[in-house]
Every structure is written in structure tokens, then in C-alpha cells.
Ligand binder design. Sequence first.
Ligand code: CIR
Length: 264
Amino acid sequence: MLIAVTRAVSPTLADCELTHLPRDPINVVTAIAEHARYEEALRSLGATVVRAPAEPTLPDAVFVEDTALVLDEAAVITRPGARSRRPEVESMATVLSAYKSVHRIESPGTVDGGDLLLVGRTLYVGLSSRTNRAGLAQLGGVIRQWGYEVVPVPIDGCLHLKSAVTQVADDLLLINERRVRAECFAPMEVVRVAPEEPDGANALRIGTAVIYPSLYPQTAERLERAGIRVVSVPCREVAKAEGGVTCCSVVFEAPSQSGPPSVA
Ligand code: CIR
């Protein structure tokens, strides 16, 4: 059973953290409608959407990706780099503990899930303003026991590693090479974002398809030419909060008899 954990858009989203973008008014009603389309896209690709409890006073709580890394073996609850986001993790730990044993990143470590790109048994970790060396070391200490290798990756000019690169097929990455070097991921093949769409490197792979923002049509065309099925979703409002399509869910395979008694 493919699970996608999501969370309702907070009414306070407009007070979100911002690092690389100027504050642009966010229409929360539109953001909620766009988020519903996103959850529908997840369902259309076979995922069961499980909503974590709403956190109306936490502006960035919709970006659940940053709170956890879920592997076949266990879940690792992060310690987000932005102080305002740390209270988001408790309710995610509760949700994920229905499926997996739970490990945690502890102070002084910080890790944002948006900096974690798992390709096979290699976990690439973006060295961003949100993820520090202590967090990287703790993460490695937890997951090496299951045979994962942890590889730090420098990034430039963006919030997270997955603002620069995501995986779109077994041997294929979608990348903005101005933000991260393709050589870091050799021998993976790459599709480059269209030059006019620097924020287009964030795609959410579900099986043989990707959920992808309708904001970046030229890059979408490049993906389709590479044989990737693109399921387009609107995400203009979330993009103003420096969010993308990977940020709004935590997707993993779970045994069909696991999980909470009722799902959304
Ligand atoms: C933040 O700055 O933390 C939020 N406004 C955006 C987080 C986006 N998350 C992600 O890319 N994984």
C-alpha cells in the first residue's frame, strides 16, 4: 500500500518562513484549493492519502516533507533548521509511528527533509542553511546500519537540495545545474530545467509518473520527451512560500495491515 502523508494548509500560511523570495501576498483559499488538487493527483496515482493533524498556528505545517525521512526500515523524525518549524514534528512522529519504528535527530543537529534525496541506497544530503553537519552525522549514524551511504552535497542559491534536483525515473534526475553539480550524482542521467524555469527542478515521482507544477511548461515538455508521464498540478500559492510538490507529502510503501484505523 502506497501511503502519502499530507497536512491541511494552515490559515497562517502567509506568515511562512522565507529565505530566497520576497514576501508576496498568499491567497490561502486558493492555496487550499490547489492543495486539494495535489491530493487528488496523489490518489489518481494509487496513493492512499493520510492527513496528519492540522496545525493551524504553524504557518509552514503543510510542508510535511521537512519533518521526516521514511525508509523501508524505519522513519527518522528530523529537527528542522528553522526554529518556527520544530513544533511540526511531534504530530508527524505520531502518524508515522503507526507504520514504522521512529528515530530522531537531536539538538544540536538540524535536518530538513527537503535536503534529503534518496537514490537507491545512497542518501544525498544538501548542505543548506537548514541542514547542518551535526544533523548529517546523526542521520548517517542511524541509517548506515541498514546499508545506506550518506553523501553530503553543496548547493547554491536555493532553499533545499530538492529545490535543485529530484529523481524522476530509476536512472534519471531533473536538475538545475546552477544550483547543484550534476557530477555529484554520477552515473545518473539528467534532464535539465528550461533556462527560463530555474525553480522547475522539484518533481514528485510516483511510480512511472511525476506530479509536477503547471508553472513550468517548458520543463514539463522536456520531461515528457524523456518518456516521463507528467501529472500537472497548480501550485502558485505554495510556490510563494518557497514550497514545491515534494514538500507537501511524505510518500512510502507500507504493509497493507499497518497504519491508523481510519484514513482520509
Ligand atoms: C520554509 O521556508 O521552511 C517553508 N516556507 C518552505 C518549505 C519548503 N519545503 C521543502 O522544500 N521541502
